[in-house]
Write a protein that binds this ligand. Sequence first.
Ligand SMILES: Nc1ncnc2c1ncn2[C@@H]1O[C@H](COP(=O)(O)OP(=O)(O)O)[C@@H](O)[C@H]1O
Ligand SMILES: [Mg+2]
Length: 424
Amino acid sequence: MKALVVGSGGREHTLAWSLLRSPKITEVVCVPGNGGTATLPHCRNLAMNPGDFEGIARFALVNNLELVVVGPEQPLADGITDYLQGQGLKVFGPCQAGAQIEASKAWAKALMVEAGIPTAKAEVFTDEAAALAYLNQEGAPLVIKADGLAAGKGVTVAHTLGEATQAITDIFSGKFGAAGRQVVIEAFMTGQEASVLAVTDGKTIRPLVPAQDHKAIGEGDTGPNTGGMGAYAPTPVVTPEILERVQRLVLEPAIATLRRRGIDYRGILYAGLMITPAGEPQVVEFNCRFGDPETQAVLPLLETPLEEVMLACIEGRLETLDLQWQTGAAACVVVAAEGYPDSYPKGMDITGFEEAAATGALVFHGGTRRQGDRILADGGRVLGVTGLGDSFEGAIANAYAAIDKIRFEGMYYRRDIGYRVMGS
Ligand SMILES: Nc1ncnc2c1ncn2[C@@H]1O[C@H](COP(=O)(O)OP(=O)(O)O)[C@@H](O)[C@H]1O
Ligand SMILES: [Mg+2]
């Protein structure tokens, strides 16, 4: 079977690599892919825009690509699944109606309230004056969220009323365009964050191994937030008991409520969680797709062939499939370009891939491109290096040993990925 992966980041390289581990997958085409998917055996890139649904459909049909896997949220929110399914293709990723769970935080919050899912108290505003009045009534700390997709930049955790007011003013002055037509003001939650990605066929929902991301650019979780600087799995923050509660209190009610609303949600449902000091999971947000870099830590541990899992979701028979996991741990350390998450240079030569791979680590490309036989940096988060081991210490050491072999000008990475679990 041949597959098509939509997207160009570290997540998509990981998806292509993971699909190709199955003997049943003979070829993967990435649209548009990156330097990693250009050099992965049995994988190639197609220079086409992920928003070109017609072009993707035509290419997949002509070339007999039987499975389409959608990486990023934007095409899902724009209805790629509905369109491609209408052309007779099998697509892993929710329909446009389902993708609202990520594309509108107000919509997601209303769904959570309807489903009785534990989450922070919140109010939605379309009017700036009303939003400001609510701020003053509630007092800081508060969390201010632009409603729509904002590439991870639409949320302000405001510790003072001044910061909260500024965030509201920014959103209503159009900083996030249409994504800021509504604003969600949410109570501040404390605890540790964790990501539980789950696969679903719209009826059955099964969690993948839980992961923990590191969003801040700086060591010790300091500095501005990024797309994610590293992740590890399975995170012990989500104990088997907590995971069971997530299943019963979050995942199952979410799917049941979507169904009640007539939404047949198939694909990934990603619950971003705050685990309170008392061990209670509360939902920070839902995403409608794989996380980046969580995917780079989670999928290498999956033993069940990925295409089997995806086809079971698409075909509505997930109930009959058990997910098998490798024992041990995985840790992904993101290597970024100097200056990220602000502006950063591109075009630097990256070397040391073979030596890095010889350590047993997996080097997934994010922002890279191939030029002849060179690999050049081409984005903020350039690589995601996943180490594997029997313990977290082993996995983390493996990732850093591999990064030691890699060179490009200005490369930056956090040296403390997994600090919360060192020694476990
Ligand atoms: N209610 C909340 N309490 C405390 N922190 C929050 C809350 N909501 C969001 N955050 C913080 O802000 C980050 C981004 O918020 P999130 O809702 O995940 O939006 P997005 O990922 O779309 O930017 C979270 O990972 C978390 O660190
Ligand atoms: Mg988030």
